[in-house]
Design a protein around this ligand. Structure first.
Ligand SMILES: [Zn+2]
Length: 346
C-alpha cells in the first residue's frame, strides 16, 4: 500500500510500504477513506533531522474496518469509524477519568513514527475496541469533513476551552488562527463565553473565526497584541487565554493577555521547555497554567452529536482536498499558509 513518510525538514514522500496486518488480537485493520494534514505536522516538517526519519505521518483519519483481531468485540468488517489521534484501551484508570492521552496500556500511544500513520491507504489500529468510534453515516456523507475533525482539531479546540474553564461568565482570548484556534473559538462559543477575542492576522481565517463566534479580532502580536486585548476588556485581560500555537512568543502573549486570577490553557505543542512562571508572570496575579494533548477520544460521542444534528460545522476548516500524490504539496501549502487545512482522500 502507499503511505506518507517524512524523511527530514521539508521532505515528505509518498511511498510503497508493506500492507498492514493484524498483529495483536485487539487490532483492527482500517482502509482509510479520509485523512488530513495537521498544523502539528508542520513542526517536524520545519525541523526534523534526517536521523529521526523516515517517520510515518498522519494522526487523523476516518475509514472502513477491513478486518479485526479475535478479541475485538465492538467492531466488524464494514463499519465506518473515526480514530482519535491517540490509541487507548478506554478502560484503565486514566481513560475512565477522561484522560485517554495518558492511557496506561502498553499499546497506547500516538500514531506515526514507527507506527502506522493516517496519511496512508490503510492503518493497523491497536486497541481497536478502545480507540475507534463507529460513525452512523454512509462513507460518502456530506458530514465527513466535520466528522474527521473529531480525530483531533475539534476535540483539541474543545479541550482547550474545557481545560480553561470557559463558561457563560468568561471572556476568552484565543491565540492562533489555525484549525485548532478556530475550533477553540467555536467551542468557547458553544460553552457560552460572553466575549471571544481571536488573535490572528490571516483575513480569511479570522473571518471564519468570526463566523464560528469570535466577537473581536486582534491582528497585532506580542506586547502590542496583549495591550489591545486588555483595551477590549476594560484593561483587565480575559479570564481564559487559549494558546493554540505553541511558541514561546505565543505563551508570552498569553501571559500579557490573561486577567488576574485567570487561566492560560495550552493546546499548541510547546516548542520550548523553559518559560516565565515566576513573580513577574504567573505568580503575582494568581494565574493558572493548564492544557496538554487533548483526550480526543473522551469527547467524540458528545461532539459528534452536534455535527449530526447540524448545530456545528467544524469541517469548514478544510479549504483544500487532495489525493495521496498531492500530500507533499499539501504540506508545502500549509507551511506557506496558502492552505488552512488539507483533506486527503487516499
Ligand atoms: Zn486507558
Amino acid at each position: 500500500m502507499r503511505a506518507t513518510l517524512m524523511y527530514g525538514t521539508g521532505d515528505v514522500r509518498v511511498e510503497d510500504v508493506p500492507d498492514p496486518v493484524i498483529r495483536q488480537p485487539t487490532d483492527a485493520l482500517v482502509r482509510v477513506t479520509a485523512s488530513c494534514v495537521c498544523g502539528s505536522d508542520l513542526w517536524p516538517y520545519g525541523s526534523m533531522r534526517p536521523e529521526d526519519g523516515p517517520a510515518r505521518m498522519g494522526h487523523e483519519f476516518v475509514g472502513i474496518v477491513e478486518d479485526v483481531g479475535s478479541e475485538v468485540t465492538t467492531l466488524a468488517k464494514g463499519d465506518l469509524v473515526v480514530a482519535p489521534f491517540a490509541t487507548s484501551d478506554n478502560t484503565c484508570e486514566f481513560c475512565r477519568a477522561g484522560l485517554h492521552t495518558s492511557c496506561g496500556h502498553a499499546q497506547a500511544g500516538f500514531w506515526g513514527g514507527l507506527r502506522d500513520g493516517g496519511q496512508a491507504e490503510a492503518v493497523r489500529v491497536p486497541l481497536a475496541d478502545g480507540t475507534l468510534v463507529k460513525l452512523p453515516v454512509p462513507p460518502d456523507s456530506a458530514l465527513m469533513p466535520s466528522l474527521l475533525t473529531l480525530s483531533d482539531v475539534f476535540g483539541t479546540g474543545h479541550h482547550a476551552a474545557v481545560a480553561g474553564g470557559v463558561d457563560e461568565r468568561t471572556r476568552v482570548t484565543v491565540i492562533g488562527d489555525g484549525a485548532v484556534g478556530l475550533l477553540a473559538v467555536l467551542s468557547a462559543r458553544r460553552l457560552g463565553a460572553e466575549q471571544i477575542v481571536l488573535m490572528g492576522r490571516h483575513r480569511a481565517r479570522t473571518d471564519l473565526g468570526r463566523e464560528f463566534g469570535a466577537t473581536d479580532v486582534v491582528s497585532a502580536r506580542g506586547e502590542e497584541g496583549a495591550a489591545q486585548v486588555r483595551d477590549l476588556t476594560g484593561g483587565r485581560g480575559t479570564h481564559v487565554v487559549i494558546d493554540a500555537v505553541g511558541t514561546l512568543a505565543a505563551y508570552e502573549q498569553a501571559v500579557g493577555a490573561v486577567r488576574p486570577g485567570g487561566v492560560i490553557s495550552r493546546v499548541g505543542i510547546p516548542q520550548y521547555e523553559e518559560a516565565p512562571i515566576g513573580f513577574g508572570s504567573l505568580f503575582r496575579d494568581n494565574i493558572r497554567l493548564t492544557g496538554g494533548p487533548a483526550p480526543a477520544r473522551a469527547y467524540i460521542e458528545k461532539l459528534m452529536s452536534g455535527i449530526l444534528d447540524g448545530a456545528v460545522e467544524p469541517g469548514k476548516v478544510f479549504d483544500a482536498t487532495t489525493d495521496l500524490d498531492g500530500v507533499p504539496a499539501g504540506y508545502r501549502d500549509m507551511a506557506d499558509r496558502k492552505s488552512l487545512k488539507v483533506l486527503i482522500k487516499p
